[in-house]
Design a protein around this ligand. Structure first.
Ligand SMILES: NC(=O)c1ccc[n+]([C@@H]2O[C@H](COP(=O)([O-])OP(=O)(O)OC[C@H]3O[C@@H](n4cnc5c(N)ncnc54)[C@H](O)[C@@H]3O)[C@@H](O)[C@H]2O)c1
Ligand SMILES: [Fe+2]
Length: 426
């Protein structure tokens, strides 16, 4: 593989790694694509209308009470995780809702990688408090739990009847779905603009996707200031999740040019901003661009995901690892596995993001980025032993995301990929 250090010294945003010739030329030809292409002093502010209404910009959490009033919410349940429930930004949001005369309560009995019993407890709180709506507040765990609680509010069938299989979502009573406002505090999952929630079934230790089009939040507030306090590890894990969403959506074989267009710009935003946000968590412009990349990833992955997620889900469900960081571990192994089907596409992508237009340059960038961000290169370094190898190899091809992989993923392939990711052999 071509080394990123082959060429003479040249400063880069990633801290002194020399840039290959092609990237140098690209930066000279298209500076507006690689720096901040919009004139701005701090971080962008805008209102967007797809895939839902998005109030984007620093400080826009202040608009939450008025948005609730405009949507007719009188008594929302704010669903978040136990850590965020104690944080100033959450307490401030609750205080602002109360000051506006809204009834509000916090429900926070949820695990990272939320499980079915969390949803049941949330539904009890929703009914006991007489709530009429949900504010899903947090990282993917709080957002997914909040969205699924809102979805289940008035359903009579059990939650697993609404798994994302075929047209099972049509079993739901749309009138029983409470409206949702989403407020992301991480920049990764994109659940704030998604129509699904990922919940772990405790009895089978399986991550399952609950899907309904009306689970899309009515309004999303993307306020990058809320992500400033994220610890570096969560910044990395969530940022790599956004990258995995864009990359897998781009590589999936289904016809969805809109999804593909969004994915490539999302990947460029990650390339230009994740290392910046990692180095300086207070860099609001980088935080804003990562928040965009996260929402773009989830918008794009309506086109499909792939083996990164299919391998990651069993590991997350059985070992309770962080979802995005798990994806980050698997990313290069899956890229190499998919190479025969995606090489030409990756060349095009590499050129767009300013790399030499070849597969090895892109793979080299992924490996380099992981290293700079402290992503473990192997499952072993990540602390995941292959004790469940048989089970995980069976679960991965059955995961609903596996169908979007450009190369069909068999049980034998999954076993090989788990073993490679464990030993570090690309
Ligand atoms: N619905 C979807 O489309 C979708 C997509 C990808 C992942 N997911 C799911 O999302 C979950 C992972 O979400 P996540 O990666 O955002 O992590 P998370 O929500 O589990 O949060 C991780 C940790 O970060 C903390 N945290 C969150 N925001 C913070 C902030 N601003 N400052 C300080 N700490 C903060 C949380 O309290 C928690 O301890 C998984 O369950 C995964 O399966 C869902
Ligand atoms: Fe993901």
């Amino acid at each position: 593989m071509r080394s990123m250090t082959d060429e003479g010294p040249h400063p880069t945003p990633f801290g002194g790694h020399p840039l290959p010739q092609r990237e140098r030329e690209f930066r000279q030809e298209f500076p507006y694509l690689l720096t901040c292409e919009y004139p701005m002093t701090q971080s962008p502010t805008a209102n967007w209308n797809y895939p839902t209404t998005i109030k984007f910009g620093a400080g826009r959490i202040k608009e939450l009470p008025q948005i609730c009033i405009d949507l007719g919410f009188k008594n929302p349940l704010l669903v978040t995780d136990p850590f965020l429930a104690t944080q100033k930004m959450t307490l401030d949001a609750v205080a602002s809702l109360k000051a506006a005369g809204l009834g509000v309560a916090i429900f926070s009995e949820i695990k990272p990688n939320p499980v079915d019993s969390n949803i049941e407890a949330g539904l009890k709180a929703l009914k006991a408090g007489g709530h009429d709506s949900v504010i899903a507040f947090g990282g993917g765990s709080g957002l997914d739990a909040g969205k699924v609680i809102a979805f289940m509010a008035g359903q009579t069938r059990p939650m697993w009847d609404f798994e994302d299989i075929g047209d099972w979502w049509t079993r739901a009573d749309p009138k029983g779905i409470f409206p949702i406002i989403a407020v992301p505090t991480t920049a990764g999952t994109g659940s704030e603009v998604g129509r699904a929630g990922v919940i772990t079934q405790e009895s089978t230790h399986t991550k399952k996707v609950i899907f309904h089009p009306l689970m899309m939040p009515k309004v999303t507030i993307c306020d990058p200031e809320l992500t400033v306090g994220m610890p570096q590890k969560i910044t990395v894990g969530t940022g790599m999740d956004a990258l995995a969403h864009c990359l897998e959506a781009y590589c999936s074989p289904f016809y969805h040019p809109m999804g593909e267009g969004i994915a490539v710009e999302g990947i460029r935003l990650v390339k230009e901003n994740l290392a910046r946000a990692f180095k300086d968590g207070h860099d609001l412009e980088a935080r804003a661009h990562m928040m965009s990349a996260a929402a773009m990833g989830a918008t794009a992955f309506q086109k499909g995901l792939g083996a990164i997620h299919a391998l990651s889900h069993p590991v997350g469900a059985l070992h309770d690892t962080h979802h995005g960081m798990t994806n980050a571990v698997f990313m290069p192994y899956v890229l190499v596995f998919n190479r025969p089907a995606i090489e030409a596409k990756i060349e095009r992508l590499a050129a767009f993001i300013g790399l030499e237009p070849n597969f090895d340059a892109f793979l080299g960038w992924v490996l380099d980025l992981r290293q700079q961000l402290g992503v473990p290169h192997t499952l072993k370094e990540f602390g995941v032993e292959l004790t469940n190898l048989d089970l995980m190899s069976k679960m991965a091809p059955e995961d609903p995301t596996a169908g979007g992989n450009p190369v069909p993923l068999t049980e034998a392939d999954a076993r090989m990929l788990f073993e490679k990711a464990y030993s570090g052999q690309l």
